[in-house]
Every structure is written in C-alpha cells, then in structure tokens.
Design a protein around this ligand. Structure first.
Ligand SMILES: Cc1cc2nc3c(=O)[nH]c(=O)nc-3n(C[C@H](O)[C@H](O)[C@H](O)COP(=O)(O)OP(=O)(O)OC[C@H]3O[C@@H](n4cnc5c(N)ncnc54)[C@H](O)[C@@H]3O)c2cc1C
Length: 276
C-alpha cells in the first residue's frame, strides 16, 4: 500500500485511473472506519492539490473546493444564506476535527447523519465530479447521494468541489442539531432552513432540509410550499408535511421521538432564520 499526494488535478485523475485506491482528505471518516489488515492499493491525499482549498465567489456561483475544511467555512466571508452552513461547521466534532475534516469528505462519506448535507440541500448545492476517462460532470447533491454510505461516485472519479448558486442577498438561514450532548456527537436529527421574507414579514421563498430521519437527508417540499405567504410566527408544522421522512428506532433515539424533534427543529429554525 502506498500514500500518494498529488499537487495537480490531472495527476490525481491519472492516479485514480490506475486501480482501486482510496481518496483521503481530512481522514476523519477514512481512518476510524479502516479495518485491520484490509488496505486499499493506495491512499490518495487530495488536500495538496492546487486550488482545491479555495472558496471562490463569482457572479453566479459560490464554489467550495473539495479540500475546504469546516474551519475554512467558519472563517469565510459568506452571506447570511450561508449562516446555517457556518453553524453546522461549528458543530462538527471538535475544533481539531473542524481543522482537518472537509465539507466534501462529509458529503462523500454519505452518512445519513452527515451534518453538512441538510444545509447544502437548502442551498441547492451541486457536486462537481471529474475523472480522466469521462471528464467533468455536475450533479445536484440530491442525486449524488443514493443511500446509506452510497454515492454515484465512480471508481476512477473524484469530487473536485461543491457549487452553490449565489443565493438572493436577502436570504437568511439557520441550522438546528440535536445530539445526546453538545459536541463530539452524532446527530439524532438536524434541520436546515433557508428563507426569504418580504417587507410585510411574509415568507416568499423557503427551503427546508432534514437529516438523520431517512437513509439520505432530504428537502420537505410540502412543508416548504405550505409556509409561502405566511409570517414565521404563524407557521404550523403539520405532521403530514413530514411524511417523506422515514426515521428509524436506534440507539440514539426512537422514530416517534425524531418526528417530534424535527417538528420543533423546523419551527425553531424558521424563527431563527426569520430573526436575522
Ligand atoms: C471525533 C469525530 C467527530 C465527528 N463529528 C462529526 C459531526 O459532528 N458531524 C458530522 O457530520 N461528522 C462528524 N464526523 C465525521 C467526519 O469528521 C466528517 O464527515 C468530515 O467532514 C469528513 O471529512 P474528511 O475530510 O475527514 O473525510 P475523509 O475521512 O478524508 O473521507 C471521507 C470519505 O469521503 C471520500 N472522499 C474525501 N474527499 C473526496 C473527494 N475529493 N472525492 C471523492 N471522495 C472523497 C473518502 O474516500 C471517504 O470515503 C466526526 C468524526 C470524528 C472522528
């Protein structure tokens, strides 16, 4: 087994075309899940590749390179639509984890409890992929993750970055996470909300995403539609709006408890986003 650390994207794609290696960024998911005696042919570290550690903002797109860490996100100058993503970053693991771990690694690991996925869904994020054989492709995040720890990533492909269409300047956002303690904890469930309000304090745009309550985090379109035209304090989170969720009973919480929590998280996140 070898450790390869390319500095150019072309070099990285050439390495990936060679055989079954494992991409590594912060390593905070890869190393804890490594099995004794089972090694890939090589580990390819993507954190030294030119340009991948950059967050760039153009007229239409906010681009997060795939080596961007949670700490980079906390320190970035982004608009209020990204407050939920920043709040997420502050709650991932601990400061040490935030310094090493990447947003892209969180998405590629495809855990149902990956904290980064709901805020990215609420930002309409897409995943930018590249391979030597097939070139580049851009997929909505909702199409990239297909199940528990499963994505459409091909063996010779890597994530180059995440793209977010520049949100309206009036968009605000909030993130609610529940764990059994404040830090270093896997989420029982989490909710991200992005809102636009008009001058009459009525909601004109709403994006609401929930994680750890289905195999893949998801938006709640019926709830989003129901809040349009309403004032935040009048919003009612009816149980039928949560119908797409399929929470399970596990060591962290019962399914019925998760439904209750999500209802409350949606209400709190809407009020919090609206207050910004
Ligand atoms: C103590 C501890 C606490 C944690 N707390 C949280 C938490 O609160 N919330 C949370 O969501 N997660 C948490 N995690 C999990 C982990 O830190 C995050 O998921 C993190 O964002 C993963 O990023 P990474 O760069 O370390 O990924 P890595 O471990 O390097 O990689 C993760 C997966 O993504 C793949 N990958 C990475 N980069 C690319 C790329 N560019 N292209 C294609 N595939 C790629 C790897 O092959 C691997 O399958 C915690 C982990 C630890 C050890």
């Amino acid at each position: 087994m070898s450790y390869i650390s390319p500095t150019k994207i072309d070099e990285a794609l050439e390495v990936l075309s060679r055989g079954s290696g494992k991409i590594i960024a912060g390593g905070t998911d890869v190393y804890p899940s490594a099995q004794l005696g089972q090694h890939p042919d090589f580990y390819m570290d993507v954190t030294r590749i030119d340009g991948l550690k950059r967050i760039s903002v153009s007229k239409d797109i906010v681009h997060f390179g795939s080596a961007v860490t949670w700490t980079d996100i906390i320190n970035a100058d982004l608009g209020s639509a990204f407050d939920a993503l920043k709040a997420t970053a502050r709650e991932v693991g601990s400061v040490q984890i935030q310094n090493a771990a990447t947003l892209a690694g969180n998405v590629c690991n495809a855990s149902p409890a990956a904290d980064g996925v709901p805020p990215l869904l609420a930002l309409d994020a897409s995943v930018e992929l590249a391979s030597r054989a097939q070139g580049s492709r851009l997929l909505p995040l909702a199409e990239f993750i297909t199940g528990v720890r499963s994505t459409v990533l091909r063996r010779d492909e890597m994530v180059v970055g995440l793209q977010v269409p520049v949100p309206p300047s009036t968009m605000t956002s909030a993130f609610e996470k529940l764990g059994s303690r404040r830090y270093l904890v896997i989420s029982i469930c989490m909710t991200a909300v992005n809102l636009v309000l008009d001058q009459d304090n009525r909601i004109t745009d709403a994006r609401i995403a929930v994680g750890a309550c289905s195999a893949v985090a998801q938006r709640l379109p019926a709830l989003e539609a129901s809040v349009i035209g309403q004032r935040p304090a009048d919003v009612e989170i009816k149980p039928e709006f949560l119908a797409p969720l399929t929470p399970i009973n596990d060591v962290r919480g019962a399914a019925a408890y998760r439904y209750d929590v999500v209802q409350e998280q949606c209400r709190r996140a809407i009020m919090q986003a609206a207050s910004r």
